[in-house]
Write a protein that binds this ligand. Structure first.
Ligand SMILES: *Cc1c(COP(=O)(O)O)cnc(C)c1O
Length: 358
């Protein structure tokens, strides 16, 4: 067996240990004689798996008691609609920091008044836009941000001060990668396939006082209030994705939790950015101050060399390094499950490729 270092932006690498445990339990979970995939979501056995996954997320993120943790479907994209359908009454503010941030804003426009309070679109999202506090609506229903911009490789290094306006964050690509004070947010949501577990699950964390007044148009499956009342089981949850997520959370706990993995994530990002900065061959595309710890975007001197890089890297067991078409070049996604050795191998390859093609 030859496992590669998979630098895909999502679905992304999972810890090998998790996959091995899942493989071992595939045909007979805990003496039940069936796979988790075959268990009723209403069974006691499955409820225990589900409850453990939720409680580990709560523990690892230190989610306060006045927040609910929902395990939903529909991806972060589903939440682009769920956010306005659950919260938008009069007007909402959005920060346009990337393609997903833009998509969230556009989706919300279908449901009410939406204001774009800052954008870095004109600079092709190479940085986090500066938010002028004067521009924020102090009576907005919420302020929406995207904490890490997966495609462009930027992240917020400090959160905007929204005052009493609830801060709503799409945290899909950096949730659980660094300590975040949940108290600063009204709502946090994330598709699982980057930093939580496999695709199919969407984690939504909602401050309880924000429940209770969804739009009458809100579909039941996106209705946080109803899903909270039903323990996320209004209908069938993504049972296997929740189980794998629980295993990933146990793994994360063993790495020293979020604080422990943050150390590793900083070391990985530093190693990679230092290697890129030390070279005049590669050019990182995001501004230095806003560089993401999860998605590292860069180019070689020309698109032909970018393509050659992707091909030769894949042959060396370093896969999925092609950048998103909106940025071009290359992107290395180095989420929690990417080991330091994987980044070391990539840095060695970067140096070798430069020497051969300079
Ligand atoms: C991947 C991603 C999305 C889209 O997630 P889906 O689960 O595919 O809907 C949205 N926002 C961000 C920041 C992402 O990284």
């Amino acid at each position: 067996m030859n496992r590669v270092y998979n630098f895909a932006p999502g679905p992304a690498m999972l810890p090998q240990e998790v996959l091995e445990t899942a493989a071992g339990e595939m045909l007979d979970y805990g003496g039940t004689g069936m796979s988790v995939m075959e268990m009723s979501h209403r069974s006691k056995g499955y409820q225990a798996i589900f409850d453990q996954a939720v409680s580990l997320i709560r523990e690892l993120m230190q989610v306060p008691d006045n927040y609910t943790v929902l395990m939903l479907q529909g991806g972060a994209t589903g939440q682009f609609a769920a956010v306005p359908l659950n919260l938008l009454k009069k007007s909402a503010d959005y920060v346009d920091s990337g393609n997903f941030a833009h998509g969230a804003m556009k989706q919300a426009e279908a449901y009410g008044t939406v204001r774009c309070v800052a954008s870095s679109k004109e600079d092709n999202y190479t940085h986090i836009p500066v938010i002028d506090p004067e521009k924020l609506d102090r009576n907005a229903d919420y302020l929406h941000i995207t904490t890490n911009n997966t495609i462009f490789g930027t992240r917020y290094t400090s959160l905007p001060d929204s005052g009493s306006v609830p801060l709503v964050a799409d945290m899909s690509s950096n949730i659980l990668s660094q300590p975040m004070d949940v108290n600063r947010f009204g709502v946090i949501y994330a598709g699982a396939q980057k930093n939580i577990g496999p695709a199919g699950l969407t984690v939504v964390i909602v401050r309880r006082d924000l429940l209770g007044s969804p739009s009458p148009l809100c579909p039941k499956v996106l209705n946080w209030t109803l899903m909270d009342e039903k323990g996320s089981m209004l209908n069938t949850p993504p049972t296997y994705a929740v189980y794998l997520t629980g295993l990933c959370m146990q793994w994360l706990k063993k790495q020293g939790g979020v604080a422990g993995i943050y150390e590793v994530n900083q070391a990985k990002a530093k190693l990679l950015y230092d290697t890129l900065d030390a070279s005049s061959f590669y050019r990182p595309t995001a501004v230095r101050e806003d560089r993401s710890l999860m998605n590292v975007t860069f180019t070689t001197p020309n698109p032909d060399l970018d393509a050659q890089f992707v091909k030769e890297a894949a042959a060396a067991g370093l896969t999925n390094l092609k950048g998103h078409r909106l940025v071009g070049g290359l992107r290395a996604s180095i989420y929690n499950a990417m080991p330091l050795e994987g980044v070391r191998a990539l840095c060695d390859f970067l140096k070798k490729f430069e020497t051969e093609n300079k």
